[in-house]
Design a protein around this ligand. Structure first.
Ligand SMILES: Cc1cc2nc3c(=O)[nH]c(=O)nc-3n(C[C@H](O)[C@H](O)[C@H](O)COP(=O)(O)OP(=O)(O)OC[C@H]3O[C@@H](n4cnc5c(N)ncnc54)[C@H](O)[C@@H]3O)c2cc1C
Length: 134
């Protein structure tokens, strides 16, 4: 288990009043081993994983679960190896700030929308600066 998100807290309108929506984000190795299995088997295994990590939450899910949905992400969050951020810093420093093509995206930072936005803003600032000096 990587983490559990309480989606009804992030987006209160995504469930009817009084209901909840949890997303279980499973480890890449766990997920790869089950990518081709049927939804029922994946659900069963995911609930076992939840019980191992968070038994009281698993009890709650067992008592109240109404539906499940399995989403198979072929690629999802960034999973950098040790030293990955050093390599990323070296890569970012190797980029030409004066190039008419500027890169943006979460792969230049963390797997977060805010990080993706920040890299986009920086790329736009560089292009703006370059155009202003032409
Ligand atoms: C399951 C999951 C849960 C997440 N939860 C959160 C969260 O709660 N909060 C949060 O802040 N972030 C979350 N994230 C991360 C967030 O979604 C990403 O960090 C963010 O969307 C990255 O934005 P981006 O613009 O860099 O890339 P993307 O949103 O991935 O956009 C890249 C786009 O490029 C397109 N593309 C790819 N290759 C090509 C090509 N060759 N030609 C043309 N187009 C191409 C893709 O189709 C895609 O539309 C989550 C991600 C996942 C997978």
């Amino acid at each position: 288990m990587n983490y559990v998100s309480f989606d009804h807290r992030i987006s209160p309108d995504c469930t009817p009043t009084g209901k909840g929506l949890l997303s279980l984000h499973l480890h890449p190795t766990w997920s790869r081993q089950r990518l081709d299995l049927d939804d029922t088997t994946i659900t069963t295994d995911a609930l076992v994983a939840l019980r191992t990590a968070l038994p009281s939450l698993a009890d709650h899910v067992d008592a109240h679960r109404e539906m499940t949905f399995i989403h198979r992400w072929q690629q999802a969050v960034l999973n950098r190896p040790p030293g990955g951020y050093k390599a990323l810093a070296a890569f970012a420093q190797s980029l030409d700030p004066h190039s008419p093509i500027q890169l943006a995206g979460d792969y230049l930072s963390l797997t977060l929308t805010n990080a993706a936005l920040a890299t986009g803003e920086r790329a736009a600032e560089r292009i703006h600066t370059n155009l202003a000096s032409v």
